[in-house]
Design a protein around this ligand. Structure first.
Ligand code: ADP
Ligand code: MG
Length: 245
C-alpha cells in the first residue's frame, strides 16, 4: 500500500481535564488506546465526547493532565504537529475544491511532491470507493459520498490516529448503516487506530473493539462491547445501554 500510517504502540491520556470557566467539561480522564484499536467514546449529549476528541486533536488546549504518543508528550504540540486525521459530523469539505483537491489539500500544504500526492490520493479514492467522482465538487455529492471524501482526506496524511466525531449523524438511517460498515472496513484495511465519538449505543456496540462510556466529563466504564453488555458497571451505564427502565 502507498498509504502507510505512522506506527506507534499506544496513545495515553493521563488525567486530562478541560474546564470552560466554572464548568468541568472533562475531569481526570485517563485512557490508553493501543495501536489498531477501534475505540468508541459513548455517552449522551453534553457528556464531553467532543471535548475529549478536540483535546486529543489539539483543537482545544487541556487545562490539566497530559497526552502521550508512546514517549512523546503531544498535548503541548500544535494540531498540525500532532498530525491526527479528523472527520467531523458536517464533513467540513472545501466547497470550491473538487474531490481530488479536497483529499490532497493537506499533503499539498505539507509540500509533498505532486507525483506523490497523486499516488496517495488515487489510493485513498480507491479505498473509500470514490473512483470516477474525483472531479466533482462536494455540492454535487450525496451526504454519504461527502463523508467518504472526508474520510479519505483524514487518512491520506498517514496519521497515527484517526479521530471521528459523530461522522454519521447527518445521514439517513439506510446510509448510516452502510457507512458504518464502510468505516470499519476502511479501519481494518488500513490497519488504522480510530477513536470514534457517538451517542448511539448500537453504533458503538457494532463498531468498536472497546467502548469508553463518558458521563458528565468522567469515564464511567471501559470495556469490550461484550463486557459492557454483560456487566454494566454502573446503574447509569445500564440505563444508557437500555437494560433498565
Ligand atoms: P458532547 O460532545 O458529549 O455532546 P461536549 O464535549 O461538546 O459534549 O461538551 C461537554 C460540556 O462542555 C457541555 O456541557 C458543553 O456545553 C460544554 N462546552 C463544550 N464546548 C464549550 C465551549 N467552547 N465553551 C463553553 N462550554 C463548552
Ligand atoms: Mg459532540
Amino acid at each position: 500500500m502507498t498509504i502507510a500510517l505512522s506506527q506507534f504502540d499506544e496513545v495515553r491520556l493521563d488525567r486530562v481535564s478541560r474546564d470552560f470557566g466554572a464548568l468541568n467539561a472533562l475531569r481526570d480522564v485517563s485512557l490508553t488506546i493501543r495501536r489498531r484499536e477501534f475505540i468508541a467514546l459513548l455517552g449522551p449529549s453534553g457528556c464531553g465526547k467532543s471535548t475529549t476528541l478536540n483535546c486529543i486533536a489539539g483543537l482545544l488546549p487541556v487545562t490539566g493532565g497530559a497526552i502521550w504518543l508512546d514517549k512523546q508528550r503531544v498535548d503541548t504540540l500544535r494540531p498540525e504537529e500532532r498530525g491526527f486525521g479528523m472527520v467531523f459530523q458536517n464533513y467540513a469539505l472545501f466547497p470550491h475544491l473538487n474531490v481530488r483537491q479536497n483529499i490532497g489539500f493537506g499533503l499539498k500544504m505539507r509540500g509533498t511532491p505532486k507525483a506523490e500526492i497523486d499516488r496517495k490520493v488515487d489510493e485513498a479514492l480507491s479505498l473509500v470507493r470514490l473512483q470516477g467522482q474525483e472531479h466533482k465538487l462536494p455540492g454535487q455529492l450525496s451526504g454519504g459520498q461527502q463523508q467518504r471524501v472526508a474520510i479519505a482526506r483524514a487518512i491520506v496524511i498517514e496519521p497515527p490516529l484517526v479521530l471521528m466525531d459523530e461522522p454519521l449523524s447527518n445521514l439517513d438511517a439506510k446510509l448510516r448503516l452502510e457507512m458504518r460498515a464502510e468505516i470499519r472496513r476502511i479501519h481494518n484495511e488500513l490497519g488504522a487506530t480510530t477513536i470514534y465519538v457517538t451517542h448511539d449505543q448500537d453504533e458503538a456496540l457494532s463498531l468498536a473493539d472497546r467502548i469508553v462510556v463518558l458521563r458528565d466529563g468522567v469515564v464511567r466504564q471501559v470495556g469490550s462491547p461484550k463486557e459492557l453488555y454483560e456487566e454494566p458497571a454502573h446503574l447509569d451505564v445500564a440505563d444508557f445501554m437500555g437494560f433498565r427502565n
